[in-house]
Design a protein around this ligand. Structure first.
Ligand code: MIC
Ligand code: SF4
Length: 639
């Protein structure tokens, strides 16, 4: 029986478990990446493990999220990260060099390798044929130390691309179409593998747009074959020697199959406030637009920005629209500068931002009250832009540029012939902003905002907990632990950042949790979707949250809860969620034995005769982590 490309790469890296078993597997990690907002914790954790140098083939520390430096905090974090990288044997991509996923694709990604990154959009690397997975910082720290990465044996979904994309329809529309069909929880527990004749026509940057936003499906990873397009991209990056040819066997077997006829696609947008609320842009042509933001790890490649420059050339941005552009990397920015396209953008009235995440994570450029913002990004969660009542639409660069000109949501097919942008034969290569691994004796520089990591208590045998908060479906880690220019600088300071847990949903939550001493949270499906930030587990743990009971969980967040000693439970009967109210008092007894036993167990509710049956689905490895009070304790105990 033939193998999928996913299984080929997993097989070559498997250190425990069996593919197709439906159980947990462990894989060896070749490369890691971190970014500054999750990296400080990851390196504090790596330091706490006491391993002198990383054991991976390559590890890179990027600075791209917190670059506003509105106070000393971000700058101190950068200094810490630079010193930790030198000491532990890690490449350091300096602030200004670009967004981690874009730069990693350009300079480091290798087909057939595994990449683990402390950022949920790490699967971008699937565009170059890597098996690239997002995880919490602690899992990345373990991988840097040579430890395996554990994940539930994924289902493999084949997405067959048939035909060719019509003019003006882009890679973004392919992934938006998939989000429309499968929704934000459609990919949980799955790896998406792209096949079919339509693949050959997509360049690596287009493929990376698609694999990037596979994160919004909840997918573990997304992967394209490594073929002539991959070789052309690597050659143009001066890295032809990194190429290997990779694809699925012709008779490969998949768990599920989806077919997309590319010629039937039209330009699409995702409406506020979820990436799966997808409709044709032509249906929304009367929506006035106040802001257009082009950039992010989804759509900020040379090709994307050249398309935008070609659309804007010789024209002026509508007077009611603020157009901001953040090129994905210094490579992209300097190429636009030297071929004149940057002047076309500026002449049209674009505001140029640093090559960083910027507005995508609410670091500046918040829209005005109630404004409509069209963004080429990947997430439009409510309030993420920094303006609570802003309405963010996600779209490809062509729709964004067209809408910037007209002042309303615009189908780019109304603009006449589509510009054709060829991939350059050679990209501009200058790695001077990447500092190679240096002296292991480098002292770590630690500013006053960098506080020690709080450690979870070992799991108690009996827990009596109030329900502190009851939540609906699809709660994001942005809901749990918001970002933005005020909160993001506190990522290295858990006591300070914990004051913002559930800030937008219930600003009293931290006070309530502290008054109760400890408590639990209950929720609907897909709890913890979105960002990989482990702060969404660490900070609630610090506030005393011991259990989260949900109808289902997103993969990365569930792993983070376990890593930081919070017990994730699901209902045996989903409808039992109805029986829990905020303020209800629940009791769990015999918990230490219950987590080691695979079966369901009872949770009693004060004032209700019948208990609620719950389950944990923990592996033995995970149960032991919880018993120890988190992965750091468990690792220390085992040494
Ligand atoms: C995001 O897009 O939400 C982030 C900011 O990149 C996060 C990481 C973080 O919160 O630091 C992610 O996607 O994992
Ligand atoms: Fe940065 Fe946005 Fe990409 Fe997250 S999604 S890595 S914030 S650009």
């Amino acid at each position: 029986m033939g193998q999928s490309l996913t299984h080929k790469i997993l097989d070559a890296h498997l250190v425990s478990g069996h593919l197709g078993s439906g159980k947990e597997i462990g894989i060896r990690i070749d490369q890691t990446l971190t970014q500054d907002a999750t990296g400080t914790m990851a390196y504090l954790q790596f330091e706490a493990m006491g391993i002198p140098r990383v054991k991976t083939e390559l590890s890179v520390s990027y600075v791209d999220h917190n670059t506003l430096q509105t106070g000393f905090e971000n700058a101190d974090d950068h200094a810490f990260l630079q010193s930790a990288a030198a000491r532990f044997g890690i490449n350091f991509s300096r602030p200004g060099n670009g967004i981690c996923h874009q730069v990693h694709l350009e300079r480091f990604g290798k087909p057939g390798k595994t990449l683990l990154g402390s950022d949920s959009h790490t699967p971008t690397g699937g565009g170059i044929g890597m098996l690239a997975i997002g995880a919490g910082g602690l899992d990345v720290a373990v991988a840097m130390g040579g430890g395996a990465f554990y994940l539930p044996d994924p289902k493999v979904v084949q997405v067959r691309l048939e035909g060719t994309l019509p003019d003006w329809v882009s890679a973004k529309d392919i992934i938006l179409e998939l989000l429309r069909r499968l929704t934000v929880k459609g990919g949980v527990g799955k790896i998406i593998e792209y096949t079919g004749p339509g693949v050959a026509l997509l360049t690596v940057p287009e493929r990376a747009t698609i694999t990037n936003m596979g994160a919004e499906l909840g997918a573990t990873a997304s992967v394209f074959p490594s073929d002539a397009q991959t070789l052309a991209f690597l050659k143009a990056q001066g890295r032809a020697e990194d190429w290997v040819e990779l694809s699925a066997d012709a008779d490969a077997v998949y768990d599920e199959e989806v077919v997309i006829h590319l010629s039937e696609l039209t330009p699409l947008v995702a409406q506020p406030h979820s990436p799966d609320r997808v409709v044709a842009v032509s249906e929304l042509a009367d929506v006035p637009v106040n802001q257009v933001a082009i950039g992010s790890c989804t759509n900020s490649s040379y090709r994307d920005l050249m398309r935008v420059a070609a659309i804007l050339k010789g024209k002026r941005v509508h007077p009611d629209v603020s157009l901001v552009i953040a090129p994905g990397s210094r490579q992209v920015l300097t190429m636009l500068a030297s071929n004149g396209a940057l002047t076309d953008l500026l002449d049209a009235g674009a505001r140029l931002l640093e090559s960083a995440c910027g507005p995508c994570i609410g670091m500046g450029q918040s829209p005005s009250s109630g404004a409509v913002s069209v963004r080429t990004f990947n997430r439009n969660f409510e309030g993420r832009s920094g303006t609570a009542d802003a309405k963010v639409y996600l779209a490809g660069p062509e729709i964004a540029a067209a809408s910037a000109l007209t002042g309303h949501l615009t189908d780019p097919r109304t603009l006449g012939p589509a510009p054709v942008i060829e991939l350059p034969e050679t990209f501009r290569i200058d790695d001077s902003m990447i500092l190679p691994a240096q002296d292991p004796e480098t002292p770590i520089r630690r500013g006053p905002n960098i506080k020690p990591l709080p450690i979870a208590p070992a799991l108690a045998d009996t827990l009596e907990l109030p329900v502190l908060l009851k939540l609906s479906n699809n709660i994001t880690t942005d809901d749990i632990m918001p970002a933005g220019s005020k909160i993001l600088p506190l990522r290295s300071n858990i006591p300070a950042i914990s004051e913002y847990v559930f800030h937008k949903i219930d600003p009293e939550f931290p006070a309530k949790a502290r008054a109760a001493g400890q408590g639990m949270v209950v929720a609907g499906h897909n709890y913890g979707q979105g960002s990989s930030r482990e702060h969404a587990a660490l900070a609630p743990m610090y506030l005393g949250v011991r259990v989260v009971l949900a109808q289902s969980f997103a993969r990365i967040h569930r792993a983070n809860l376990i890593n930081f000693g919070i017990l994730p439970l699901t209902f045996v009967k989903e409808e039992d969620l109805e029986r829990l109210r905020e303020g209800a008092k629940i009791k769990l007894s015999g918990l230490r034995a219950a987590v080691l036993n695979p079966g369901p167990f009872a949770l009693s509710i004060d004032g209700q005769a019948e208990p609620i049956m719950v389950q944990h689905n923990l592996t033995k490895r995970q149960a032991e982590i919880l018993l120890a009070g988190g992965l750091l304790n468990a690792t220390k105990n085992s040494l």
